[in-house]
Design a protein around this ligand. Structure first.
Ligand SMILES: Nc1ncnc2c1ncn2[C@@H]1O[C@H](COP(=O)(O)OP(=O)(O)O)[C@@H](O)[C@H]1O
Ligand SMILES: [Mg+2]
Length: 240
């Protein structure tokens, strides 16, 4: 059974009265234990697809299966998924500890479990010294680590990472990429990683799907691939 299966998904948006396809007949799968990179330029449909997979947006056509279950028929399945996105925001007045408590409650963990999980994750992401700090006082990198830790609260069976290092300074990006790799190694968590950084995909992903103007142009193994060359070739081939 695949972790994620996207079958012929299309999504239209209307902008100033004109409809266009943000996604057109998109199909892909993420296998157990693997990191699939979804590589594409800005506006190619990566976030739209991520939001459809996690059930925040409904596809016009096609379907998504998570762990073999259709997301529209079994919406509870999305509780087994963690989303880390650059768009993640926490209320400014919450402390790091509050964020863990809040999401622990949302995920239905009892007090003891919440504390245990929060301690483990704060340790893993080096957030212990920030436990009482308010979210609005955290740096971008610290916020991203918190967002990551939060997404792992419920031991997700699948992780969706939507441009997880966007806007982070290089040293933090490097650290976060190491953490992504670690999580995948240690827990075997399958991941869909969207990015427009070729190096990030090259480093982390087992396979890469190339998305351009809402269409998946190609999917292939990363090992042995010169991703930069490949990316430029794909853009050139698919230019209007
Ligand atoms: N809610 C929306 N309404 C109208 N257009 C949208 C909406 N969300 C995204 N789009 C458009 O759909 C396209 C794909 O966007 P997005 O999925 O965010 O791309 P990416 O994440 O790859 O940068 C873009 O042209 C974007 O402007
Ligand atoms: Mg995006």
């Amino acid at each position: 059974m695949n972790a994620i299966e996207v079958n012929n998904v299309s999504k239209k948006f209307k902008v100033s009265g004109k409809e266009f396809y943000a996604l057109k007949n998109v199909s892909l799968d993420v296998k157990q234990n693997e990191i699939l990179g979804l590589l594409g330029p800005n506006g190619s449909g990566k976030t739209t697809l991520t939001n459809i997979i996690i059930g925040l947006l409904i596809a016009d056509e096609g379907n998504v299966k998570l762990l073999g279950k259709d997301v529209e028929k079994f919406p509870d399945i999305t509780e087994k998924i963690g989303l880390v996105s650059t768009d993640a925001r926490f209320h400014w007045a919450l402390s790091v500890n509050d964020v863990f408590s809040f999401f622990g409650m949302v995920y239905g963990l009892d007090r003891k479990e919440r504390k245990k999980r929060a301690d483990e994750l704060m340790n893993f992401f080096g957030l212990e010294s920030l436990v009482n700090r308010r979210v609005d006082a955290l740096s971008t990198g610290e916020k991203m680590r918190l967002s990551f830790a939060k997404a792992l609260m419920n031991n997700p069976k699948i992780l969706l990472l939507d441009e997880p290092t966007l806007g982070l300074d290089p040293s933090i990006s490097i650290k976060l990429r190491k953490e992504i790799k670690n999580i995948n190694k240690e827990f075997g968590t399958p991941m869909l990683l969207t990015s427009h950084y070729m190096r990030e995909v090259q480093q982390l992903a087992n396979r890469v799907a190339f998305i351009y103007k809402g269409r998946i142009m190609d999917t292939r193994k990363v090992k042995g691939l010169d991703l930069e060359k490949y990316f430029l070739k794909m853009v050139k081939t698919n230019e209007d």
